[in-house]
Design a protein around this ligand. Structure first.
Ligand code: CU
Length: 621
């Protein structure tokens, strides 16, 4: 029904199972999912305010899709004056190069009043926990939702039911004004979280939770204003469970800046079974979770039996403690694990209910620990296979205009760096728009002309993040933690530590431990509590990966305020011929702002559809 052209067979760098065709999304086309993004009312943090919502709420709806499948998600930009994109965080999108949702890197943003049909192409082994969020400015503060790739058949672990536990930061400010402030001059200083949210709800610092009352909704506030609502949403967030069951808890680091630790009062250890989707891990037991911005952890959680609840005085609620780690000020917040919907939601406890380890324990949590469930299927390259090491110095500097900027080997990247998306530019100008590999090698990995980082298909890269003490005025010698996220292909994490990376020492450590890393898409370059001289090396984090998928892919810190002041990079994998997978005639609609792939009520867009034939083998459970 969707096809108007016969399927085309693709180049050899693509999966043999992939087919592509041109499709018109006219009146006969029904998207698999629809997301409408607009400015709306958010009841959160004991206040109501206006910010970006998805299908009327923040977070938006939980999307369930299948592995080994092509899913079309229609995203409407119903905002009046802001651009929009949607990124499918953790999905490689190797077969949908224009649908990765990175504005000015892989696509033009969706103009107000238009929609874009995102094609999400999953691989057969992509089952796991992901999320979607806008990649424009700091819209991901509220324009966000969970994305679950369901298992193809039975999951390798048994559980009765599942719950999403998505963390968020609460701020007394809108995403647009926070973004303007972050990029402003003079720099006002790093923002602190106002409170932690679980699935969009929470009680921020300075607010008193209301225990167990009926909800009485406050009146809607005027646009841009906040008003205190006495009852509405000033209760602790709740996760409802039944006694005597095993749950798959899908933790999602949907915060804007906080590294969050969480633990459950009065319950036994959890078992980690997956991290960042895509590959199950060997089970690892832990008494608390630690989830950085952009990370996902799936765990098995056993609830108390009816007898155990009875023995505990028929208690029906237990606290979930959530606290920020590795930030100048620690915030402690709470949620409630509830065994009966009749049970009253308790108020915030006077004191912390569990002891969550901090400091050194933060930096050691799950390090050199998570290994693939099926090690024989691991594609972890050995140290001998590495063809190039890119060492990236992470710095913070002051500019003459009073702004401050994060840099990777002295390069910052902003949405405003390019006047058109680099992928579009490569379509229009071919090899001239592709970063020059030789020039980049001589320049710390990035090409001074295109301001992008090239990689060749077939390379085995080691990317070493090297933290340095800030050189910026007022912040000299400061060292922070950064959750670095890679779009497209997942990497193998080599670990991290204080000081400078020592390849021989770390390779020896990995072989001595017999450690086989698991695939990840977001890992933390920790501060290790360091303070050092301006520009001095402070700590490191290492990644290793095989370069396979042509396209324009971003690698960046996932702290939204850090992204706003330059902590992003654009990588170009492959040459122009390898990247231009969509034939020129069929790609025209993608090449201009508001072009023919951006539909509205008067216009049916035409897309290039990639199909993963492996989808046919998957039957959902
Ligand atoms: Cu950062």
């Amino acid at each position: 029904m969707r096809s108007i052209l016969p399927a085309l067979v693709l180049g050899s760098w693509l999966s043999a199972t992939a087919l592509a065709k041109l499709v018109v999304h006219d009146g006969s086309f029904t998207p698999d999912q629809v997301l409408r993004v607009t400015i709306g009312q958010i009841d959160s943090g004991c206040q109501t305010h206006q910010d970006i919502v998805v299908n009327g709420t923040s977070p938006g709806p939980v999307l369930h899709i299948l592995p080994g499948a092509t899913t079309w998600v229609r995203v409407y930009n119903d905002m009046d004056d802001q651009n929009l994109t949607m990124h499918w965080h953790g999905i490689t999108q190797r077969l949908a190069p224009f649908a990765d949702g990175t504005p000015m890197a892989s696509q033009w943003p969706i103009p107000p009043g238009h929609f874009f049909d995102y094609e999400i192409v999953t691989d057969k082994d992509d089952a796991g926990t992901y999320y979607y969020h806008s990649h424009v400015e700091m819209q991901a503060m509220t324009c966000i939702g969970a994305l679950v790739v369901d298992d193809c058949g039975q999951a390798p672990f048994q559980y009765d039911d599942e719950r999403i536990l998505m963390f968020g930061d609460w701020f007394d400010s809108s995403s647009h004004s926070m973004a303007s402030q972050a990029g402003g001059a003079p720099f006002q200083g790093p923002p602190e979280t106002g409170g932690l949210l679980l699935n969009g709800h929470g009680v921020p610092g300075g607010k008193t939770a209301v225990a167990g009352k009926d909800h009485t909704r406050g009146k809607h506030s005027a646009p841009g204003q906040r008003r205190q609502t006495e009852d509405s949403q000033c209760e602790l967030p709740v996760i409802d469970v039944d006694a005597g069951k095993t749950y798959r808890f899908r933790f999602i680091g949907g915060t804007s800046l906080s590294l969050v630790a969480a633990a459950f009062e009065g319950h036994g250890n959890m078992t980690v079974i997956q991290v960042d989707g895509s590959e199950y891990s060997q089970p690892v037991s832990t008494d608390h979770m630690q989830v950085g911005v952009g990370q996902r952890f799936d765990v098995l959680f056993k609830t108390k039996t009816a007898e155990e609840l009875q023995a505990d005085g028929n208690r029906m609620t237990y606290y979930v403690q959530m606290q920020t780690l590795d930030s100048p000020r620690s915030f402690v917040g709470y949620a409630v694990l509830r065994y009966s919907q009749d049970a009253k939601i308790p108020a915030v406890p006077a004191n912390p209910v569990v002891d969550i380890p901090t400091g050194e324990a933060t930096w050691n949590w799950m390090e050199y620990t998570l290994q693939p469930l099926q090690p024989d299927q691991s594609d972890f390259p050995s140290a001998d296979e590495v063809t190039r090491r890119v060492t990236i110095d992470v710095g913070l500097v002051s500019l003459p205009n009073g702004k401050i900027e994060y840099q990777f080997n002295k390069l910052s990247w902003f949405e405003s760096t390019y006047t058109s998306p680099l992928l579009v530019d490569i379509y229009l100008r071919g090899e001239a728009a592709v970063p020059n590999y030789e020039a980049a090698i001589k320049n710390g990995g990035w090409d001074p002309n295109t301001l992008a980082w090239p990689a060749k298909i077939g390379e085995v890269l080691e990317i070493i993040w090297q933290n340095t003490g800030a050189e910026a005025d007022r912040f000299q010698g400061m060292v922070e933690s950064h959750p670095f996220h890679a779009h497209s292909k997942h990497f193998y994490d080599l670990g991290g530590g204080p000081g400078a990376y020592d390849a021989d020492a770390n390779n020896a450590k990995i072989s001595q431990l017999g450690y086989k890393p698991i695939r990840r898409d977001t890992t933390l370059l920790y501060s290790y509590g360091q303070r050092t001289g301006a520009g001095q090396v402070a700590s490191w984090r290492g990644w290793r990966l095989r370069i396979t998928d042509a396209g324009v892919w971003m690698v960046h810190c996932h702290i939204l305020t850090h992204m706003m002041i330059g902590m992003q990079s654009v990588w170009v994998v492959g040459n122009a011929t390898q990247i231009e997978q969509v034939p020129m005639a069929e790609s025209q609609g993608y090449l201009t702002y508001g072009g023919d792939v951006y539909g509205n009520e008067n216009y049916n867009p035409t897309y290039y559809e990639w199909t993963n034939e492996a989808a046919k083998q998957c039957q959902p459970i």
